[in-house]
Ligand binder design. Structure first.
Ligand code: NDP
Ligand code: GDR
Length: 347
């Protein structure tokens, strides 16, 4: 980050700062002259790798303050609010993996659902004028009721994760209506980047491309290839989060590209870009994706299927375009290429 602006006096508190979105949002806010505070949960290994660029540059490191805390611990949230006295709070922390939420449903509900309530209470008690952003998700729509999905489309959560996020969505609206707090939901559709967690499908695919090219991996095992997602770039989406908190009125917004592609198409795009166009053959769990030399590169593994799937997501971000002036900049193709390029270099 070069050419840092003067500090504006604005302070933001970010939960989930060590995650994909947290790191992009921290960069965005520091680039706008904010002092950023982040809640980090204790970990036995380094969980700050995505913040390396900020932390290794003395000019930006001075503008980032990390405090220990956990969404399951109210006192740590109150302490963080009291220490930072934020003008804006972004709640990005989550057990954010949908399939994992079937394995740890209670914990997921605690972090993603009750965690949001704990944080809202801490703000109500200690810093009631702070503006609050809740990381809501297109997973709320779940079973397809209508497409494209808008702010008015009914929710039908299909996982413990989505059910917990539905509670967080509703409690965010409730604190707005009950206490007049400036609390808003961004209903964000899938967004990806080279910083995406390694067990989300896009990153799993681009990492495999890099490793197969480097001779470190032979094949990739995936679940449902036919699920369709509206995939955007995380760097674009954090800008929308910030814009939502700069409005005169607190409102909820869908953030999406308006285009949808299947997991199969993401595979085709990523492998073809790396010079390995995929040919599909077989059916069901016997389906395979074969590369140019006839080697099997992709196999189906039932262990990656979910007890209930979200088949089709496609968002309509017209409200965000009209009221926030927000539009996505990175296309599906450019996103896949950016991620392949990063993972090719890493390997
Ligand atoms: P990540 O999984 O990359 O990051 C999650 C963050 O939450 C990490 O910083 C993690 O810390 C932190 N965290 C997890 N559990 C706790 C806890 N108990 N206490 C404190 N912090 C915790 O997610 P993304 O950056 O991709 O997503 C950000 C938010 O947006 C999440 O709430 C997600 O559910 C939501 N969302 C994401 C979308 C996407 O496509 N990326 C779309 C819609 C919504 P650690 O590093 O220690 O694991
Ligand atoms: P999602 O993202 O569930 O949409 O949630 P993920 O990348 O995990 O799955 C997308 C689709 O790909 C299918 N799939 C696989 N998924 C994974 N992870 N691994 C596989 O091997 C695999 N094979 C096929 C899935 O079944 C699914 O249909 C993400 C998270 O970031 C959430 O936190 C966020 O709320 C939503 O996006 C919007």
């Amino acid at each position: 980050m070069t050419d840092l602006p003067e500090l504006t006096g604005q302070r933001a508190l970010v939960t989930g700062i060590t995650g994909q979105d947290g790191s992009y949002l921290a960069e965005h806010l520091i680039g706008r002259g904010y002092e950023v505070w982040g809640i980090v949960r204790r970990c036995s290994t380094d969980n700050k790798s995505r913040l390396r660029e900020i932390l290794e540059n003395p000019a930006t490191a001075n503008r980032l303050h990390l405090v220990d805390g956990d969404m399951c611990d109210s006192s740590s949230l109150r302490n963080a609010v009291n220490a930072s006295r934020p003008h804006e709070v972004y709640n990005l922390a989550a057990q954010s993996h949908v399939q994992v939420s079937f394995e740890v449903p209670e914990y997921t509900a605690d972090v993603c659902g009750i965690g949001a309530l704990r944080l809202l209470e801490a703000i109500r008690e200690c810093q009631p004028d702070a503006r609050f952003y809740q990381a809501s998700s297109s997973e709320l729509y779940g079973k397809v009721v209508e497409t494209p999905q808008t702010e008015e489309t009914p929710f039908h959560p299909r996982s413990p994760y989505a059910a917990a996020k539905a509670f967080a969505y509703n409690i965010t609206r409730n604190y707005r209506e009950a206490y007049g707090m400036f609390s808003v939901n961004g209903i964000l559709f899938n967004h990806e980047s080279p910083r995406r967690g390694e067990n989300f499908v896009t990153r799993k695919i681009t990492l495999a491309v890099g490793r197969i090219l480097a001779g470190k991996q032979k094949e990739l095992r995936l679940g449902n290839l036919d699920a369709q997602r509206d995939w955007g770039f995380a760097g674009d989406y954090v800008e929308a989060m910030w814009l939502m908190l700069q409005q005169d009125q607190p409102e909820d917004y869908v953030i999406a590209t308006g285009k949808t592609f299947s997991v199969r198409q993401f595979c085709e795009q990523a492998f073809a870009y790396a010079g390995m166009p995929i040919r599909w053959s077989g059916e069901g769990t016997d389906e395979v994706g074969t590369g140019p030399s006839g080697d099997v590169l992709i196999r189906i593994d039932p262990k990656f299927f979910r007890p209930a799937e979200v088949d089709l997501l496609i968002g309509d971000a017209t409200k965000a375009k009209q009221q926030l002036g927000w539009t996505p900049r990175v296309s599906f193709e450019a996103l896949a290429e950016m991620m392949v390029d990063a993972d090719r270099c890493a390997e």
